[in-house]
Design a protein around this ligand. Structure first.
Ligand SMILES: [Zn+2]
Length: 356
């Protein structure tokens, strides 16, 4: 089945992890043997050939670069200008992938429909480009609100105003507080340019404020349920309800700590914690039960988001194993139309509506 994955950090992996994503995942992992600078060295699950193998032909791919003030101890850049430059390197990588036919940017209805035709023409995927919708995870790198239009012009189509911690336009995961005037200005400009609001990572205060002030299209690219794993990074049932009312699609994420309660980073193991793909279905099912239908959930795997096999479902060896999700949904009683909605249909319907 054709799969859309609404959250991957491909360019971050290429430039900060030094991964050549045109290679098979086994080759990338082999090359990292002996490296210890990141917890997921040698344990990656995502590369472009692996996406093709899994029939994952369309992804939402990020630019990501945080600004940190002197009192912020998260990793990040010391000025917005440095963060902007980092994201420009990331764009350059995506464009380089386009130049060699590995990827293709999807930024309007015409490019979307052409891409879907190509991927559904019955021929082998082996040489087809991976389509990507460009997204910005955390808006710190927009030096000014006017930079959004510059980004729109090179293809940016979705923005999550915050990531982890305090941000320049909104407050993110583990932080608290409101967006402030600059955040409101950003939302206005996003609305004017028809940029999708990614509500993922907004802290509760900023989340409610953003939804109150933003009148455009809203999705949540990678977010699980607080009812199953109680953490501010996850959505409460109340937040899920309001997203459903707004026509949002919520992407189920495969980061183990967001899937099973009590995960200890660097301590717990997927097998030890019973973290498998069935747990992902629990989160998906929770959203479907609130919605009363299967129209508001999809996949936003985050499978290259600074973790790999040490922190994802034990029955997933590479991202191509997302194909297993179809069978698990069927086992839970979902019919073929439901499964198609969740594997790709909901994201496609969302984009067609947003871009019409
Ligand atoms: Zn994230």
């Amino acid at each position: 089945m054709f799969i859309v994955d609404a959250h991957l950090d491909l360019s971050m992996n290429a430039l900060e992890w030094n991964r050549d994503l045109t290679q098979p995942i086994a080759a990338i992992n082999e090359r990292e043997a002996g490296l210890t600078d990141k917890p997921d060295r040698g344990k990656g699950v995502v590369s472009l050939p692996t996406l093709r193998k899994g029939n994952i032909g369309l992804v939402v791919a990020t630019q990501i670069a945080r600004f940190v003030a002197p009192d912020n101890h998260l990793p990040g850049w010391h000025s917005p200008e440095q963060a902007w430059a980092q994201t420009q390197g990331q764009v350059a990588w995506y464009k380089a992938m386009e130049d060699i036919g590995e990827m293709v940017q999807i930024n309007n209805l015409e490019t979307l429909e052409r891409h879907l035709q190509l991927w559904n023409d019955g021929s082998s995927n082996e040489h087809k480009p991976i389509g990507y919708v460009l997204s910005l995870e955390g808006a710190d790198s927009l030096v000014t609100v006017a930079h959004l239009e510059r980004a729109y012009n090179y293809g940016l189509r979705a923005v999550g105003p915050a990531h982890y911690g305090p941000g320049r336009y909104a407050q993110g995961t583990d932080a608290t507080g409101y967006m402030g005037p600059k955040g409101h200005e950003l939302l206005k400009e996003m609305e004017r340019l028809n940029v999708i609001l990614d509500a993922t990572h907004l802290c509760d205060d900023s989340f409610w404020e953003a939804l109150d002030h933003f009148n455009g299209h809203v999705w949540a690219s990678h977010n699980n349920c607080r009812a199953l794993v109680n953490h501010n990074r996850q959505y409460s049932d109340e937040q899920i309800k309001v997203l459903i009312e707004r026509g949002a699609v919520i992407g189920a994420a495969l980061d183990a700590w967001m899937m099973v309660p009590g995960w200890g980073r660097g301590v717990s193991t997927p097998i030890g914690m019973g973290c498998n793909l069935e747990v992902m279905i629990d989160h998906i099912d929770h959203i479907c039960q609130i919605a009363g239908n299967t129209l508001h959930v999809g996949i936003g795997s985050d499978l290259d988001g600074a973790f790999g096999r040490e922190q994802c479902p034990y029955d997933l060896e590479t991202i191509a194993d997302l194909q297993k999700v179809t069978g698990l949904l069927a086992k839970r009683g979902y019919n073929q139309a439901d499964i198609e909605n969740m594997m790709h249909g909901n994201w496609l319907r969302f984009l067609r509506k947003a871009w019409k």
